[in-house]
Design a protein around this ligand. Structure first.
Ligand code: CP
Ligand code: NVA
Length: 306
């Protein structure tokens, strides 16, 4: 059974295949009617992930079922593995947004149907598919130089996996104490050896941004880290993507942001609004990319049944 938990489980050709399906669905070159039911389990808040998967499922002929952990027994402590064994007997695909990545893996290990990561503390691969789709549409290819400026969080991890698999240059700037975990770096170094991706790490946003074609940032305090907000505001000083940082990037450089954005923290109001067209195109691409993932998983697992 193929799941979509992290891009580490996918090779370059598969990632590009999902993106091709997303583009074909978006341009209406193809239409698909998958039927069945998509369960969407949320242990954290969401706007884009919920709406893109829910609307995407409807557009693919699936019935979406929104399950907030506040309302189901999972939120009262029913084990993930029991929840998986119950829900996966009744639906055809599951999307989960959760805390520890191990919870998602536990669900998948006990699920009779494909499981999609709608964000965990460690990875947000569905977002990265939308981000790369946006870059493809704007004409960027594996020659693009991408700079991450911010926390070594779920988004940074997923971007690092994507760059290492697809083979583009990625420079990661994170403050001391907020670097990408060593195990993720080591895993990606192996992927990069194979793909030829040039990966570098720095504590200086300017080193990452200099001449870059694409800058990407995200909130300094992710969901579940709210108690650290005051400390993080101090520790991330100097990591705001603003006019000065954009000025040392390529003259046509763009900024991507998965949203929600905290203006005045990781991005200035001015730089956010100057890049609003691309950022909201990126947000819309959640819909198309998520449809690509659902179709690919449906087809893969159907082939596996034969
Ligand atoms: N980017 C993203 O995943 O947004 P939501 O938290 O609103 O789903
Ligand atoms: N890093 C952020 C991403 C939100 C889409 C978080 O986990 O809260």
């Amino acid at each position: 059974m193929r799941h979509f938990l992290s891009l580490k489980d996918f090779d370059r050709a598969e990632i590009l295949e999902i993106l091709q399906i997303a583009r074909d669905l978006k341009s209406r070159k193809i239409t698909r009617d998958l039927g069945g039911t998509l369960a969407m389990i949320f242990e954290k808040s969401s706007t884009r992930t919920r709406v893109s998967f829910e609307v995407g499922a409807v557009e693919l002929g699936m019935h979406p079922l929104f399950l907030s952990s506040k309302d189901i027994q999972l939120g009262r402590g029913e084990p993930m593995k029991d929840t998986a064994r119950v829900i996966s007997r009744m639906v055809d695909m599951v999307m989960i947004r959760t805390f520890a990545h191990a919870r998602l893996e536990e669900f998948a290990a006990h699920s009779a149907v494909p499981v999609i990561n709608g964000l965990s503390d460690d990875f947000h691969p569905a977002q990265l598919m939308a981000d790369y789709l946006t870059l493809q549409e704007l004409g960027y290819d594996s020659d693009a130089v991408v700079a991450w400026v911010g926390d070594g969080n779920n988004m940074a991890n997923s971007l690092l996996v994507l760059a290492s698999k697809l083979g583009f240059e990625l420079r990661i700037a994170a403050p001391q104490g907020y670097e990408i975990a060593a195990n993720v770096r080591e895993m990606c170094a192996k992927f990069a050896d194979k793909s030829g991706a040039k990966i570098s790490f720095t504590r200086d946003p300017k080193v990452a941004a200099r001449g870059a074609n694409v800058l990407i940032t995200d909130v300094w305090t992710s969901m579940g880290q709210e108690e650290e907000t005051a400390k993080r505001l101090k520790d991330f000083k100097g990591f705001c993507v603003d006019r000065d940082l954009m000025a040392i990037a390529d003259s046509r450089a763009i900024l991507l942001h998965c949203l929600p954005a905290h203006r005045g923290e990781e991005v200035s109001e001015e730089t956010f609004e100057a890049n609003a067209d691309v950022i909201f195109a990126e947000a819309e691409n959640r819909l198309h990319a998520q449809k690509g993932i659902m179709v690919w998983l449906h087809d893969q697992n159907k082939q596996g049944d034969k």
